[in-house]
Write a protein that binds this ligand. Structure first.
Ligand code: SF4
Length: 890
């Protein structure tokens, strides 16, 4: 562990690709509150709700502490020996392509580097792929086609220096909140126009000057049309095109075959022609334009072409390599970019070298290996296909939960069952994926490990440890190095600390480079351990002192000719839904306060409060047609699986579309995992799954009974057709519903088991109304509430907050007992929800402020503090204001 000597340890948030700096008091205990690093150039002290609650996730709950084999604890030596022996045996018998690593954008660059070196450099297979494949591999492929290398041209300052920012397929307000706040702050000064192109009306649209609610899957058509219109409107930068690009005529000819008129394109995209005209004219007339895109563009069957059509528009107008201008890929994960630097994707080598000559030769010389992988390995979806066919016989999964996050997730389960040897190294115990692992290895978590991450703007920041790893947990780089040594590659894996790995990684970036690869951080290859420890955030390329905020400012690109390439998309014909069986299009994505499969954010009661259950959003007309009521239960069905969700009927969702969050899994819900329903269609070039467009249908679900269970103890799956559990202060809550006759309503004794607090015996409170099908049961231990079950067949359920607050009470008094038994539990208490996670402000406080005259998000903020930190909740505040105004007008 590498402790800083100062009173504060500066590290980096482990969630999204914005890459905010975090400050933690040195020697802080677990669960200590963290704050934003005021000196970090990305966030200048601000954090979003997820970052602000990082302290709540650093406890030992759910931590994997010891190596385990088939559920039994074993020693590290035995575990490492067996992993090395099993992988070596498979390689010896079946060849190197019979083994694979599936890794993660959660790994630090140093971890990633060592894993990639072992697989591609010494085992000799390309079979290492990453969950970043699911996030931005389409952008990587498009960058390489257009620029000759995977390069993000601009930086966050460009958002602040632009006059027009186009956000495409990105709910930036929720998924990249601090960058979004920087954009809004800049807009307040310079009047930046914001255009959002998204099928959904997301929180990001609230601040938009224009929202284009494009039909799902039509982005390619839109940007193809934009290219034609820019050319027709005289927006082409002929000098730049002549000096710095190739292929303009081919791309334009292909685009013109698709775009015949603005009206026709508007109809194909489901857009109002006048809104489309506004967008085209704003784009044509605004020199300083940034087009930022994220999963809505990348997670598509045509993701690579879609990114290239966006880049084409910037190449045509010469709006790249200049302040306030350029295409910009917003990466989802904290170290997606770092993984790309070290070759974490199966189809590329480390340091942006390619599987060609001279790329392979350079890397083999640098690593001193004769066993470098001959060609690309299997991309994520193909990898699990190969596993199901028996071609992968040993798999090592690092820091990810593919059973939840990959598409067609039940097939992934099947594939893992067929694999003879599955290793999982993770910091979390009991994930959905752990159930399929023969061996689990405890890895160090955020706050315990040292290394670097690279954010969306190519900025390398240090993650620093401020706690010792618990139990026997080890950093990933060390675990992989130990296995490498045991496989016979000791000389190449002699690392004693992450600084040594970083120096090697930096040196490789400059090795036989000669200026042809832009990724070059060789200026950092001579860092001492102390200098690495103190490394300030820096943007690559960094050949010497100082970093590079913006690429291509000299008009020179990383292609052999030095010119950027226009790329003509193959065709703009998208595969759409099988309309008879699956008339809807299922979209999936992130919520404001959760991260991935909730293995960490799920530990925070605060972060679980805003979206307490898995919700499927749909348009009111689709809901009416399916008999689905707002707040009721619904089933989403696709060709690959189904899920049960709480219905949210909203006009934010366009007709024909459904949206479900990606965060729930079988660990915290009955059947609400999005990955189970997503089709395994991928982009043919990048292999990135098309998470945004699965043909689906929705059905109403009528529960026979419903209710919830509160407990001081973690709640075991209750075994009914619908349930979803989460943390609350002082315990857990589980929403439940019985969906079939065979699902009898549960009894408190069965759910609660032997609760804590029973030293003096339990006292039980119970009220049954057989006629109404109502049950209220509570169990007290030493006068304190330990468990509580409320069920009803068709009645109203009480506010959860009032009952949950009783878990924190030292004693349940007689009045409270009588209220509970009378069925008037929580009467008078507002059923409020947490709106502002950062400041802990609930909807009842916001409604009170509105009643006192607050008429906009700013004045609500003045009265309550809500929305004054990261600002992600301002959309919800505005919705509350609108609701009150509508009610008053009625
Ligand atoms: Fe972390 Fe939020 Fe910053 Fe993303 S925006 S890095 S989640 S604090």
């Amino acid at each position: 562990m590498n402790m800083m000597k100062s009173a504060t340890v500066k590290t980096t948030c482990p969630y999204c690709g914005v890459g905010c700096g975090v400050a933690v008091p040195a020697a802080a205990p677990r669960n200590a509150r963290v704050s934003g690093d005021a000196a970090h150039p990305v966030n200048r002290g601000r954090l979003c709700s997820k970052g602000s609650m990082l302290g709540e996730t650093t406890g030992l709950e759910n931590r994997l502490l010891h190596p385990m084999k088939k559920g039994a604890r074993i020693g590290w030596d035995e575990a490492l020996d067996e992993v090395a022996a099993r992988f070596s045996s498979v390689v010896a018998t079946h060849g190197p392509d019979a083994v694979a690593f599936y890794v993660s954008g959660q790994l630090l660059t140093e971890d990633y580097y060592v894993a990639n070196k072992l697989m591609k450099g010494f085992i000799g297979s390309g079979n290492i792929d990453t969950n970043s494949r699911l996030c931005m591999s389409s952008a990587v492929a498009a960058h390489k086609r257009a620029f000759g290398e995977d390069l993000v041209p601009g930086s966050y300052e460009d958002f602040e220096e632009a006059d027009l920012v186009v956000l495409v397929g990105s709910n930036t307000a929720w998924c990249h909140p601090i960058l979004y706040q920087r954009l809004l702050a800049a807009r307040a000064k310079r009047g930046t126009r914001i255009v959002v192109i998204d099928p959904r009306r997301t929180a990001t649209c609230d601040e938009a000057d224009l929202h284009l609610p494009i039909a799902p899957g039509r982005d390619l058509r839109l940007f193809t049309a934009l290219l034609c219109e820019l050319a027709a409107r005289g927006a082409a930068d002929e000098g730049f095109i002549a000096r710095s690009t190739k292929g303009r005529e081919g791309a334009l000819a292909a685009a013109r075959r698709e775009h015949r008129s603005l009206e026709e394109t508007a109809e194909a995209c489901g857009l109002d022609p006048s809104a489309l005209e506004t967008f085209f004219s704003w784009f044509a007339e605004t020199e300083r334009t940034v087009t930022a895109f994220s999963q809505g563009i990348n997670q598509s069957q045509r993701g690579v072409d879609q990114v290239n059509t966006i880049i084409n528009c910037h190449l045509l107008t010469g709006r790249i390599g200049k302040p306030g201008a350029g295409p910009f890929s917003l990466t989802g994960q904290p170290n997606a970019m770092g993984g790309r630097e070290v070759g974490g994707l199966a189809n590329q080598l480390a340091a942006h070298l390619e599987f060609d000559e001279p790329g392979r030769g350079k890397l083999a010389r640098f690593w001193g290996t004769e066993n470098l992988a001959a060609g690309p390995g299997l991309k994520a979806v193909d990898l699990f296909d190969a596993m199901a066919e028996g071609r992968i016989k040993a798999l090592w999964i690092m820091a990810t939960n593919p059973v939840v996050s990959l598409p067609n997730a039940d097939f992934v389960r099947h594939a893992l069952k067929t694999c003879p040897f599955v290793v999982l190294s993770d910091c979390v115990a009991g994930t959905d994926t752990a159930a399929f692992a023969d061996m689990v290895l405890p890895a160090a978590a955020w706050g315990e490990k040292d290394g670097t991450v690279t954010n969306s703007e190519r900025r390398i920041s240090r993650q620093r440890a401020f706690m010792a790893p618990p139990g026997e947990a080890q950093p990933d780089w060390r675990i992989v190095s130990e296995v490498a040594r045991r496989m016979g590659f000791a000389d190449a894996f002699t690392y004693r600390n992450p600084a040594e790995i970083f120096r090697e990684h930096a040196a490789l970036s400059g090795f036989e480079n000669g200026g042809e690869r832009f990724f070059d951080i060789s200026g950092l290859s001579g860092l001492s351990d102390a200098a690495y420890d103190a490394l300030e955030p820096v943007r690559w390329p960094m050949r010497g002192a100082g970093g590079t905020p913006r690429l291509f400012s000299d008009g020179v690109f990383a292609t052999p000719s030095g010119r950027a390439r226009f790329v003509a998309p193959a065709s703009t014909v998208e595969r759409l839904a099988n309309e008879s069986a699956f008339p809807l299009t299922l979209n999936s994505g992130r919520l404001r306060d959760q991260w991935h499969t909730m293995t960490r954010t799920g530990l925070s009661p605060v972060l679980g409060a805003n979206a307490p259950e898995p919700v499927a959003e749909m348009h009111e007309e689709d809901a009416r047609a399916a008999g689905i009521a707002d707040g009721g239960l619904m089933r989403v069905v696709t060709e690959y699986g189904s899920g049960i969700f709480r219905a949210s009927v909203t006009q934010a969702q366009q007709r024909g579309s459904l949206f479900v969050p990606i965060h729930w899994s079988d660990v915290n819900s009955a059947m609400s995992s999005a990955g189970r329903m997503v089709h395994p269609e991928v982009d043919p070039i990048s292999g990135q799954p098309a998470f945004k467009h699965t043909p689906a249908r929705a059905e109403a679900v009528m529960p026979l009974w419903r209710g919830f269970f509160l407990s001081r103890q973690e709640i075991a799956p209750p075994g009914c057709g619908y349930w979803a559990s989460r943390r609350v202060d002082g315990g857990w809550i589980c929403e439940m519903a019985g969906l079939s006759e065979g699902e009898a309503p549960p009894e408190l004794d069965l759910l609660a088991g032997e609760s804590a607090g029973a030293a003096g015996g339990y006292e039980e409170l119970e009220m049954r109304d057989g006629h109404a099908g109502a049950l209220r049961q509570a169990r007290l231990g030493n006068g304190r509430l330990t468990d509580c079950l409320i069920l009803t067949r068709g009645g109203k359920l009480p506010p959860r907050d009032w009952l949950a607050s009783l878990l924190l009470a030292d004693e349940i008094d007689e009045t409270t007992r009588r209220v509970f038994l009378s069925g008037r539990a929580g009467e008078g208490a507002a059923d409020s929800r947490l709106v502002c996670a950062c400041m802990g402000v609930r909807s009842d406080a916001i409604l009170a402020a509105i009643a006192k005259g607050a008429c906009n998000a700013a004045s609500v903020g003045v009265q309550t503090g809500a929305g004054t930190n990261c600002g992600s909740c301002r959309s919800e505040i505005r919705s509350l204001i609108e609701r009150v105004e509508t009610e008053e007008a009625a």
